[in-house]
Design a protein around this ligand. Structure first.
Ligand SMILES: Nc1ncnc2c1ncn2[C@@H]1O[C@H](COP(=O)(O)OP(=O)(O)OP(=O)(O)O)[C@@H](O)[C@H]1O
Length: 610
């Protein structure tokens, strides 16, 4: 393969620091593997002195095998690894750590759960809460931030500090380290032991880093130490594809690289070898609206191809049905492999509508991230508990779920039998008229629900029983957005439309949940089927055909994106999704969501106007 002049400049860079700004499909992997070859064959660098760092294990594996192929299958001792793998090796030599010193994700959540139960924290959904707290702990460590300067978005400052302290104590007692500790401890080791640092500096005299826009503060500080004194540091990245700010990525490090290394060379890989001219031009039309970026003009090496296809639909289901017809046609008539077709969503929650339709029409599919099952959401469980009771299954667990949702001011201690018998409860409450009234009202509501199909029953629970009001108060009391909770109900109602009886719906839910479980266990790379991905999960991948459905305002950009910089990150996500397409990009949006009017994503307007 003939390399272009910008690629050549990067591959043949001799000594000292270099920044390679590389657009999508511009041959980053090619440049890194060819440069590694060049260093060995032309600059005489020993393979063992070269370190190539990537962000995921999959990327390290891919890089290694592409390099091996380039070297005609000779397996040279170049180190390819993620930051964590490289730093863990360094720690292993220093402290005799073994792999079982690394904390597993399950252990991490077990420890956090115990601490949270001990200090009795208030939270809506335990799983979500723990995940957010784990993310915040990781960010404090990755940003090298003093704990006292950190404010949690999920609980009070004191509670966060207690959780953090409890977590750290437990890890030390177990002699375990989490992924972030690998970074923190390597940094400390290098600071405290110049002799050890020197040994590693001598080992890795040439360092190459891929996806440099995703680096965090502590990773960068360690790499800076390691690269001294010669600073043969070769970094490749694309600020326009930085979409991991929530995980601690700091793209400003890439943009500030030439300030940190004033003599650094720089080159821009701006030729896209992946996508057709139309896709490259539209993607550029979008990303140029970001102000905080290194402006680069991408050119396409391929022909113009077909225009990016944008289409409006009335409802989400119309859009899914059309996609299914097209996808089956592409596969059957044009012979496009299922695996070459990807559907990219902003969030994985969005996927359930298409997944259900794929199941109905038997289209094979595979998901990269597991899709949360809406029927297991606590709000769905409340609705189902109401219905279980209405149908005569008076389990205490169901009663405890709903008795104070909405608040009826009835203490759990009155519900001490299993199954619950409301007549007995009324007997206890004989003298308390206001409580009696509430129980009688509940009896009446349950009687009404028993004769209703799914859609009217949810409507009744929301508006006549007052569940919507309860959710709004619940959200207000916790400082969270009520709209997000109400949306779960909207989504359930949307789905309930298709079923006349609860029996039918419950059966379909069981089937759906079972299939979802099986699909989530399938290995993404190996399985056959259309690829369903989130924008985050799509990073680094490429497909013949890419669909971006639900390109609606509120989702793209997501309504949670409040600041200008949040919106720029959303635009980058959309850009990453668009640039995964090689030949055919289809962007769909709907005029309605949950029965309410909805607008096209402003991003679509931006790229269409270009
Ligand atoms: N000089 C070249 N001539 C022909 N094809 C090339 C050239 N350079 C790269 N390519 C091809 O372009 C495609 C994209 O390259 P690569 O996968 O390295 O992109 P990337 O920069 O990592 O993309 P992204 O950042 O979007 O994930 C590959 O199929 C690669 O073989």
């Amino acid at each position: 393969m003939q390399v272009d002049s910008a690629q050549k400049k990067a591959i043949e860079h001799d000594r000292g620091p270099m920044l390679v700004l590389a657009g999508p499909g511009s041959g980053k992997t090619l440049v890194i593997t060819r440069r590694t070859q060049w260093l060995i064959e032309k600059a005489g660098v020993a393979p063992g002195n070269i370190l190539v760092v990537t962000f995921t294990r999959a990327a390290a594996g891919e890089m290694r095998s592409r390099f091996d192929r380039l070297m005609d299958g000779r397996h040279l001792p170049v180190s390819f690894g993620t930051f964590h793998a490289v730093f863990f090796t360094i720690l292993k030599y220093a402290y005799n750590y073994r792999v079982d010193n690394i904390l597993s994700e399950d252990e991490k959540y077990g420890i956090l759960r115990d601490i949270v139960h001990q200090i009795d924290v208030e939270m809506d959904d335990e799983k979500d809460f723990l995940m957010n707290i784990a993310g915040e702990i990781s960010r404090v460590k990755g940003d090298m931030m003093p704990l006292e300067h950190f404010y949690s978005a999920n609980c009070s400052k004191d509670v966060f500090e207690d959780i953090y302290a409890g977590y750290e104590q437990k890890l030390r007692r177990m002699r375990r380290l989490d992924y972030d500790d690998m970074l923190v401890q390597t940094w400390q080791l290098f600071k405290e032991r110049p002799d050890i640092l020197l040994a590693w500096q001598k080992k890795y005299t040439y360092i190459l880093i891929d996806e440099f826009q995703d680096i965090n503060r502590i990773q960068y500080e360690i790499i800076r130490m390691l690269a001294r004194p010669e600073n043969n540091l070769f970094v490749v990245g694309d600020d326009d594809q930085s979409i991991y700010r929530f995980r601690g990525a700091r793209p400003e490090i890439l943009l500030g690289f030439t300030k940190d290394y004033p003599g650094a060379e720089m080159t821009v890989l701006n030729r896209n070898y992946r996508s057709t001219g139309s896709i490259v031009a539209r993607a550029e039309g979008l990303i140029r609206h970001n102000e905080h970026r290194y402006a680069k003009h991408m050119t396409a090496s391929r022909e113009k191809g077909r225009e990016v296809f944008v289409k409006a639909f009335k409802k989400p289901t119309d859009q899914y049905l059309k996609m299914i017809r097209e996808i089956v046609d592409m596969h059957e008539q044009q012979g496009i492999a299922w695996e070459q077709i990807a559907v990219i969503f902003r969030t994985n929650i969005q996927m359930s509508g298409l997944v259900e339709q794929f199941m109905v029409y038997n289209v094979p599919f595979v998901m990269k991230d597991s899709v949360p099952n809406i029927y297991e959401h606590w709000i769905a469980k409340d609705i189902f508990a109401y219905m279980n009771i209405a149908f005569g299954n008076n389990s205490r667990a169901d009663y405890l779920r709903i008795i104070n949702r909405p608040n009826r001011y009835i203490s759990r201690s009155y519900l001490d039998e299993d199954p619950v018998n409301l007549s007995n409860v009324k007997d206890y409450l004989e003298n308390r008229e206001w409580m009696m009234e509430r129980i009688e009202q509940l009896e009446y509501d349950l009687y009404m629900l028993a004769s209703m199909g799914p859609y009217p029953a949810i409507q009744y629970i929301r508006h006549s029983i007052g569940y919507d009001e309860y959710l709004k108060e619940y959200a207000m009391g916790r400082g969270i957005k009520g709209d997000d909770l109400l949306e779960v109900l909207d989504e359930l109602m949307d789905k309930s439309h298709a079923y006349k009886t609860w029996e039918e719906w419950f059966k379909a839910i069981e089937q759906y949940s079972e299939t979802l479980k099986i699909r989530s266990r399938q290995r993404f790379e190996a399985a056959e089927g259309v690829r369903l991905l989130t924008m985050h999960g799509a990073k680094g991948l490429e497909y013949d055909v890419v669909y971006i459905p639900d390109a609606n305002d509120g989702l793209m950009p997501h309504k949670k994106a409040a600041t200008e910089s949040d919106k720029e990150e959303e635009r980058r996500m959309f850009y990453v999704a668009m640039t995964r397409a090689k030949n055919d990009l289809r962007v769909y949006f709907t005029r309605e969501r949950y029965g309410k009017a909805s607008e096209m994503s402003p991003f679509v307007g931006e790229f269409l106007a270009f």
